[in-house]
Design a protein around this ligand. Structure first.
Ligand code: GBH
Length: 441
């Protein structure tokens, strides 16, 4: 029932940052105090979210944030990763909304009081609906709107923020939102995904320039998710198909940041599926980063396919409650391979965690399988550090159970249990194990 690391691990030094992470739409509720976003609309569309739920109340963090910060503090973490709800802080005419700003300033000041570093993500998927009505991430203009939002909010927050991430997982926004449509805004078509991705990356680059100017002392960067790709067999066909999938899903979002170009597979995509790149865009996108955030959950296995470039096979066991394979070795291999391919700035693991079915017995949540997941994955990060990767911190996803996007409230990623009827929080065994690891460094 413990999370342990080798005694000599860099991850046991006091300057390795341990934190917990959340995202605005997944925990806040307080829907009446902000503009509508694309996830409100998506939730209201039949059959999009597994349990037909929405983010109207979520964990009611909008009202309970003070006690939630006490909770975070009680876990003895060094840092808290939160996201800002764009539709809460910027009005439809593009001005700061003072109430929305005051809400986050309250949170940031409370964190500072407790010496908890604030890692702020500016965009964790809650695009204002009025921008989607003008084309959302398929409209280049949205990138400039994001830059303006980053400019206003970073001036308003002053020096309260330890680290800014521009975007969370542009892959999810672009591919899941604008290509397969399983996330908001639910648009489907192979011709859309890479166009949306380009505007997201452009938004990131434009915002990096603004953050570097307004907030030169914070660590400014981006958070990417990676699902490392493995071939089903050693056949050349499977290996090639896997490399294609890796470029399409993973390298597409990181290569432009460091190499100012998209993967070469672009030439194999039909022209109508290409991004619309204007002169100068790739220079903007490749703005230097102070840190790279890496989110890791699972890997994926591919085989060659006669019609498509690749085919993803069902994952082998063991699986988490959301059906994702538990394969920590891929975490080490991912970090080592990124470090080999790119000239990385310091890396933070900005999300890692597992959906597990929790059972509460007499008020105690025993989630030994989640403890095992954390133990194995923290050790996988340790192994990557041993192989030369510069990792400075780790954030558990998530602080507490919350609105798990298309899965609604059915899947629980928290190290704190949330009873959605009473809004009562109970620290799970995994939360206590995480706290012990941090305390006993
Ligand atoms: C993150 O997304 C989000 O940032 C966070 O908000 C969310 O709550 C959390 O993860 C948990 O979902 O079909 O086996 O190939 C992670 C998104 C997860 C997308 C893994 C791709 C591939 C699984 N990624 N997924 S598989």
């Amino acid at each position: 029932t413990k999370i342990t690391l080798p005694a000599n691990s860099k991850m046991l030094s006091n300057d390795f940052v341990y934190g917990v992470a959340t995202a605005s739409f997944q925990i806040e509720g307080g829907k009446d105090s902000r503009l509508p976003c694309i996830w409100d609309t998506f939730c209201d569309t039949p059959d999009k979210v597994a349990d037909g739920s929405n983010g109207e109340t979520a964990c009611n963090h909008f009202n309970l944030w003070q006690q939630d910060i006490e909770l975070i503090d009680s876990l003895e973490v060094d840092a808290y990763r939160l996201s800002i709800s764009w539709p809460r802080v910027i009005t439809e005419s593009g001005e700061l909304n003072p109430e929305g700003v005051a809400y986050y300033v309250g949170i940031l000041d409370a964190l500072a009081d407790k010496n908890i570093k604030a890692y702020v993500t500016l965009y964790h998927w809650d695009l204002p609906q009025h921008l989607e009505d003008k084309g959302g991430w398929l409209n280049r203009e949205t990138a400039y709107k994001f830059r303006d939002y980053a400019d206003l909010i970073s001036k308003a927050f002053g020096n309260r923020v330890y680290s800014y991430a521009t975007l969370n997982e542009p892959f999810c926004s672009a591919f899941l939102g604008y290509e397969v449509g399983v996330h908001a805004p639910g648009i489907v078509g192979k011709e859309f995904g890479k166009k949306a991705a380009h505007h997201l990356l452009l938004a990131h680059g434009l915002a990096m320039a603004v953050l570097t100017k307004n907030s030169p002392n914070s660590l400014n960067g981006i958070v990417l998710n990676f699902t490392p790709c493995y071939p089903e067999s050693n056949s050349e066909a499977d290996i090639n198909a896997t490399a294609f999938a890796d470029d399409y899903f993973n390298q597409w979002y990181i290569k432009p940041l460091f190499d100012a170009e998209y993967p070469a597979i672009m030439s194999q995509l039909p022209v109508q599926n290409h991004p619309e790149i204007q002169p100068g865009d790739m220079e903007i996108i490749s703005h230097p980063l102070d840190f790279l955030g890496v989110n890791f959950y699972t890997r994926a296995i591919y085989r060659a396919d006669v019609k498509e470039h690749f085919f993803q096979i069902d994952p082998p066991e063991p699986l988490t409650d959301i059906g994702w394979e538990i394969y920590p070795k891929a975490f080490t291999e991912l970090l080592v391979s990124l470090n080999k391919k790119y000239k990385l700035p310091p890396v933070y693991i900005t999300e890692n965690g597992a959906a597990m079915a929790d059972t509460i017995v007499n008020g105690v949540v025993n989630d030994q399988n989640r403890i095992d997941y954390y133990h194995d994955h923290l050790n996988a990060v340790h192994n990557a550090i041993e192989q030369g990767v510069n990792v400075d911190g780790y954030f558990a996803w998530s602080l507490m159970d919350n609105f798990e996007w298309a899965e609604g409230y059915l899947k629980r990623f928290g190290i704190v249990y949330v009873d959605y009827v009473t809004q009562e929080r109970t620290i799970k065994a995994s939360g206590l194990a995480y706290k012990e690891l941090i305390k006993n460094r």
